[in-house]
Design a protein around this ligand. Structure first.
Ligand code: FAD
Length: 317
C-alpha cells in the first residue's frame, strides 16, 4: 500500500517517523535500535533522508589542509531496503535534486524498483554547505517539480534520454515538502503556496511539513492551502527538543518561530534534561491539539530525539 492509502486505512491518526542513514562507517545497528524503540506505535511508514556530498577538510599536520568531497551519510537506498525487508514496514527514501544528475536519479529509481520500494519523498534538497545559494548539479535540477517530471516519465516507461523502458514495474508514488512558516527563499507565503500547488498538480499525493512548534501556523497554512485548491493530506512534521543547544539552533537552521509560551519556558531551561522534558511536554500538547483537529497523520523527526518521540507517542497513541 502506498503512503496515502496507509494513512487513509487507519481510523486513528497514523504514526510515522524519519531517520537519517548512519554516518559512513558506523553501521546500521543504531537504526535498528531506533525502529525497535518506536515499533510498538505501529509506524505506517518510515522515511529515510538523503544527504548530498560535502567538502571536508583534513588537517595534514604541516599547516596544510586537504579538501575532499564525500558523502558523510550515504546508503539511503540500502537502508530503505534493509528496513523494509527486516520489519515489513513501508519505507520512503528521500530523493533529491541536490548533488544528483538526471542519470544518477535514474539509477536510484532503477535500484528502488528492483528492491520493490515505490514510495518516495521528492525534494530539492539542501544547498551545499560551501555555497550561498542552491546550485544544481551538472545535468541536474533546480526544483523538486523537475524531479517529479522525471519520475512521472519513468512511471510512463521513458528514460531520461527518451528511450523506452522495456519492463516497467510498479509506478512510484510520492509526496513533497511544504513549509507552514514559508520556505526561506520564498518571497512570501502566497508564492510558496503557488509552487506547492504546482508540485501537487505535477503528481504529489501528499505534503509533509517542515517541523513547527506553533500549531496555529500549521492550521492557518492548511486553511490557506485549501483555499488555493490544495486538497491532498498535509502531514504535520513534529520534533521534540532534546538538547539545550537546539533551543536556538532549530529556529535558526529551519527558519521557524517558537510561540511565546514555549519561548518563555525555553528560557528557564539550563540543562539538556530540562530541555528534553519541556520538548516532550510541548509536543504532547501539540499532538493532542493536532489530533483533535483531525490531522490524518503525524510524522516525527527522530534525530537525537528517539526517546523523546517514544515518550510523546506513548502519551498520544
Ligand atoms: P522546492 O519545491 O524546489 O522549493 C524550493 C523553493 O523554490 C521554495 O521557496 C519554493 O517556493 C520555490 N519554488 C519551487 N518550485 C519552483 C519553481 N519551479 N520555480 C521557482 N521557484 C520554485 N533536505 C535534504 O537535503 N535531504 C533530505 O532528506 C531532506 N528531507 C526533508 C524532508 C522534509 C519533510 C522537509 C520539509 C525538508 C527536507 N529537506 C531535506 C530540506 C529541503 O530539501 C530544503 O528545505 C530545500 O531547501 C527545499 O526543498 P523543496 O523540495 O521544498 O524545494
Amino acid at each position: 500500500m502506498k503512503v496515502v492509502d496507509l494513512i487513509k486505512s487507519t481510523d486513528k491518526t497514523a504514526f510515522s517517523f524519519e531517520i537519517l542513514p548512519p554516518l559512513k562507517g558506523t553501521g546500521i545497528e543504531k537504526l535498528y535500535q531506533t525502529v525497535d524503540t518506536l515499533r510498538e506505535f505501529d509506524p505506517k511508514y518510515i522515511n529515510i533522508t538523503t544527504h548530498r556530498s560535502e567538502y571536508v577538510y583534513k588537517d595534514l599536520g604541516n599547516g596544510l589542509y586537504q579538501r575532499t568531497c564525500l558523502r558523510r551519510r550515504p546508503g539511503t537506498v540500502a537502508v530503505a531496503a534493509a528496513l523494509q525487508n527486516k520489519y515489513n514496514i513501508t519505507t520512503v527514501p528521500h530523493i533529491l535534486c541536490s548533488g544528483f544528475s538526471r542519470e544518477d536519479t535514474e539509477y536510484v529509481l532503477l535500484d528502488l524498483q528492483f528492491l520493490g520500494i515505490t514510495d518516495l519523498l521528492v525534494l530539492r534538497g539542501d544547498k551545499a554547505k560551501h555555497e550561498s545559494i542552491f546550485v544544481p548539479e551538472n545535468n541536474g535540477y533546480t526544483h523538486a517539480i523537475e524531479l517529479e517530471a522525471q519520475i512521472n516519465e519513468f512511471n510512463q516507461g521513458v528514460f531520461v534520454d527518451g528511450s523506452p523502458i522495456k519492463v516497467t514495474g510498479t509506478p512510484f508514488s510520492y509526496g513533497v515538502a511544504c513549509y507552514p512558516e514559508k520556505h526561506e527563499e520564498s518571497p512570501n507565503m502566497e508564492q510558496d503556496i503557488y509552487w506547492l500547488k504546482k508540485k501537487i498538480e505535477a503528481g504529489a499525493e501528499y505534503a509533509v511539513t517542515q517541523m513547527f512548534y506553533d500549531n496555529r501556523k500549521y492550521f492557518e497554512f492548511v486553511e490557506r492551502a485549501k483555499k488555493e485548491g490544495i486538497n491532498v493530506p498535509i502531514i504535520p512534521g513534529i520534533k521534540p527538543f532534546s538538547k539545550l543547544s537546539q533551543l536556538s539552533m532549530i529556529p535558526k537552521t529551519f527558519k521557524i518561530d517558537l510561540p511565546q509560551a514555549l519561548a518563555i519556558e525555553a528560557m528557564k531551561c539550563q540543562t539538556d534534561e530540562a530541555t528534553a522534558a519541556l520538548g516532550v511536554e510541548w509536543c504532547i500538547h501539540q499532538c493532542r491539539e493536532l489530533i483533535a483537529h483531525g490531522v490524518p497523520s503525524i510524522h516525527f523527526y527522530t534525530v537525537n530525539a528517539v526517546n523523546s518521540v517514544k515518550e510523546v507517542a506513548k502519551a498520544i497513541y
